[in-house]
Design a protein around this ligand. Structure first.
Ligand SMILES: [Zn+2]
Length: 394
């Protein structure tokens, strides 16, 4: 088979139970006759949800197209790996996702080898590491998008827990107050994650009372939301530990290794390295390994001004630069654009029709539709009636 300049993608939807039942329909007109949760639309070549492209009239997995032409689809930099280095998603959360930390590449390599040596099956639920890659990620808000990202500073965490004033947490809070350092926070975090029995129930009762009394504040309003969604879960403390932020549409955040975070509600675009490595810290029924989590967590405050990722502007084009080679992400305004694919690319029409043109080839996309552009395509033109997102790794 010979390569086309552009491929229309047919993308799988993941129906995780925290997904919105309306967002993909509202944003992109995607039908949802059964009213199922539509959590994530995946654009990529991941084995757990691979996009389809049309090759010689037949629906073909994007992964198979890439495997047949690694160099021409991926370009020289990614061809040796033989897989798309990134996964691009539309994510629509109605309920919070788990609080989580992603390992660094070194931690993932060591941890994956350890899990393999321990004889854990690839899909074992108690496996910490699914692969040997890091999982940096970037999220770009399409609607107001509430999330938790990074530790608050030590004094702010202490003030919130002092306000909750749970008797069963008093000695832990004083110990942290006496040692306001990363290791002091690590001890405090570990103690919260491993609370049991009566101490845990009493702490939740105090937390709930404080949240009711301060429900007009975003932090405590988030705690109350989470009480409804995840009763009895240690993640209920997370809004006191982590910054609670709401991205305005068009704002973005980058989550590097070691930063605890959770998405609470909203629709956005998410792009990440090709990995499934997630260490959980609450708001989940899935496996949690507190010690492994802590070994991968940077227990340091994230300064408030570092939470958002401001774009680098090139005219009206927004480039969201990240400190990893796994992906690039840019948002283009309506208009005419001359582009050059230096890697495999995925273009997603956000809020207007998009036409991709190269001599002898053209493809038009409606909002919510995406195209795969092989590295070998090179120069092409885009006529956009609205914004579009461009993902790549070159
Ligand atoms: Zn994450």
């Amino acid at each position: 088979m010979s390569l086309n300049a552009f491929y229309r993608m047919t993308n799988p939807v993941q129906h995780y139970e925290w997904g919105s039942r309306t967002a993909l329909t509202t944003l992109f007109g995607l039908p949802n006759p059964e009213g199922a949760p539509q959590a994530e639309l995946w654009m990529g070549a991941h084995p757990n949800g691979c996009s389809l492209v049309e090759v010689d009239g037949a629906p073909t997995r994007l992964a198979d197209l890439i495997a047949a032409h690694p160099e021409a689809t991926l370009g020289a930099s990614a061809a040796p790996v033989g897989a798309l280095p990134f996964l691009f998603k539309v994510l629509c959360a109605e309920k919070a996702l788990s609080v989580q930390v992603h390992p660094s590449k070194g931690q993932a390599q060591a941890g994956f080898a350890r899990d393999n040596a321990a004889g854990l099956a690839a899909n074992a639920p108690n496996r910490n590491y699914r692969d040997d890659n890091h999982k940096p990620e970037l999220v770009f808000a399409l609607t107001p998008y509430q999330a938790m990202n990074g530790f608050r500073d030590f004094a702010a965490i202490l003030a919130l827990f002092q306000l909750v004033a749970a008797p069963s947490l008093a000695s832990l809070v004083s110990a942290f107050a006496a040692e306001q350092t990363p290791s002091g926070l690590a001890c405090f975090f570990r103690a919260l994650l491993t609370l049991q029995g009566h101490a845990k129930e009493e702490a939740f009762a105090a937390l709930h009372a404080a949240a009711m009394a301060h429900r007009e504040e975003e932090t405590f309003a988030a705690v109350l939301d989470l009480f409804e969604q995840y009763p009895g879960d240690v993640g209920l403390f997370a809004p006191l530990l982590l910054h609670v932020v709401t991205l305005a549409p068009g704002q973005a955040m980058y989550l590097g290794a070691g930063t605890p975070h959770a998405y609470i509600r909203g629709a956005g675009l998410e792009i990440m390295a090709n990995s499934d490595n997630v260490l959980r810290a609450g708001l989940t029924g899935k496996h949690m390994d507190v010690e492994e989590l802590l070994s991968c967590t940077r227990c340091e405050p994230t300064p408030a001004e570092k939470i958002m990722l401001a774009p680098r502007l090139e005219g009206a084009v927004q480039h969201f630069d990240v400190p990893v080679p796994d992906f690039t992400f840019s948002v283009y305004p309506a208009g005419q654009h001359e582009l050059h694919s230096a890697s495999a690319e995925v273009l997603l029409a956000i809020d207007g029709e998009l036409s991709l043109v190269q001599e002898g080839a053209s493809l038009s996309l409606q909002p919510g539709q995406s195209a795969f552009v092989p590295a070998v395509t090179g120069c092409y033109r885009v006529q956009a009636k609205g914004r579009f997102a461009r993902a790549g790794n070159g």
